[in-house]
Design a protein around this ligand. Structure first.
Ligand code: AMP
Length: 108
């Protein structure tokens, strides 16, 4: 599936981003409009538009679990003592970019 979103373009290196973490499955970069002292976006490289698109299966649970564990790994690497994660789901849930992502934020 083509990924026309801005995050797809970041993953393909078509536009720049301040990348803080990358592995085979995930990428994380600074939010361009930070709303906390630390504001990172963690994305799967696989094109999944929203949380609601994850299958309600073991495979979906594994993918989502890995996404959250990746956010936690980044928080640990950054030395954050506390943080929160936030996921907007759908236009009415405040989602602007339809490539799955977790906001990893901290004001601590
Ligand atoms: P959401 O409302 O959950 O879809 O959040 C999308 C987030 O992406 C917002 O916090 C934007 O500031 C951020 N954003 C949009 N374009 C870029 C970009 N090119 N690089 C980094 N962050 C971006």
């Amino acid at each position: 599936m083509d990924n026309p979103t801005v995050f797809g373009r970041i993953i393909r290196r078509e536009i720049p981003a301040s990348i803080v973490y990358e592995d085979e499955e995930f990428i994380a970069f600074q939010d361009i409009r930070p709303r906390s002292k630390v504001h990172i976006l963690v994305c799967p490289k696989e094109y999944i538009p929203t949380l609601a698109d994850y299958p309600d299966t073991e495979e979906g649970a594994l993918k989502l679990g890995k996404l959250l564990l990746t956010a936690n790994r980044i928080a640990r690497q950054m030395g954050l003592e506390g943080y929160f994660v936030r996921i907007h789901v759908g236009e009415k849930g405040g989602q602007e970019v339809f490539h799955m992502h977790v906001h990893l934020r901290s004001d601590a």
